[in-house]
Write a protein that binds this ligand. Structure first.
Ligand code: PGA
Length: 264
């Protein structure tokens, strides 16, 4: 990958004004980096129009946190791909751990969302991750492979160009999460890449890591084998702090290239 991927999901935290202020700060802080990173922000549904307006003509892509797979119908409380198309957003996040574990979305449902998202021209950011119990019985790779195979079922090679994966171990996410060890992250990412290559031999699908990413661990995580980007929660929600995290990550990524060049 010649550019790293860094983004944040604002979950159910920022209102419209806070989202606009955050984006303005982020655009200003990172405008010199537009050639080096694919930077994205995923605000709440209500903030999307304002976010699109604020980020217009900037280097920041905007995404939605969820989407229904049908274009219209009796689905009270849901948001359709056509409604998101009207806003011209770039990305749809699908299957975040909150969606899977609190709202009980299944792989089959998420697969329908992924298919619908790419058909409507969005980049589908499919989140996968194992529970602590899966990790403890050494079933993480099996679970991740299943989530990937089911989630990307019936996706064509061409559509795969619009898929990104976020690997987020459920036990590493949020205030009660335990940060994952670097070796562990690297092993899971290698496995995910292998699985993706088996499914889509002609595509290089980016795989981002998420779960307690912060400004201290960003540079070593991004330099880890098979990690193409970072998907950040809490540590990104202040534009200044996120800017520092991004610059640390870029530093780690570039150093890694330098080291590999020297070894070569
Ligand atoms: P966190 O959240 O960085 O606050 O752990 C990650 C996520 O939920 O994507």
């Amino acid at each position: 990958m010649n550019k790293i991927y860094i983004g944040t999901n604002l979950k159910m935290y920022k209102n419209i004004q806070q989202t606009k202020d955050f984006l303005r700060g982020l655009i200003d802080n990172t405008k010199d980096l537009h050639d080096e990173i694919n930077l994205f922000v995923i605000p709440s549904f209500t903030s999307l129009p304002a976010a699109m307006e604020t980020a217009a003509n900037s280097h920041i892509m905007i995404g939605a946190q969820n989407m229904h797979y049908e274009e219209c119908g009796q689905f009270t409380g849901e948001v359709s791909p056509l409604m998101l198309e009207e806003l011209n957003i770039n990305i749809v996040e699908i299957g975040h751990s909150d969606r899977r574990n609190i709202f009980r979305e299944t792989d089959t449902e998420l697969n329908k969302k992924v298919i619908s998202a790419v058909k409507h021209g969005f980049t589908a950011l499919l989140c996968v991750g194992e529970l602590l119990a899966d990790k403890e019985c050494a079933a993480a790779d099996d679970i991740l492979n299943m989530q990937i195979r089911r989630g990307l079922y019936n996706i064509t090679q061409e559509e795969a160009n619009n898929i990104w994966i976020a690997y987020e171990p459920v036990w590493a996410i949020g205030v009660n999460g335990t940060p994952a060890k670097l070796d562990y992250v690297q092993e899971r990412h290698r496995n995910i890449k292998q699985e993706l290559r088996a499914l889509f031999p002609h595509n290089e699908i980016p795989v981002l890591f998420g779960g307690s990413v912060n400004r201290e661990n960003a540079s070593e995580l991004i330099a880890a084998d098979c990690v193409d980007g970072l998907f950040v929660g809490r540590a990104a929600w202040d534009a200044e702090g996120f800017n520092i995290l991004i610059r640390n990550a870029l530093h780690g990524w570039k150093n890694d290239f330098l080291i590999k060049d020297i070894i070569k």
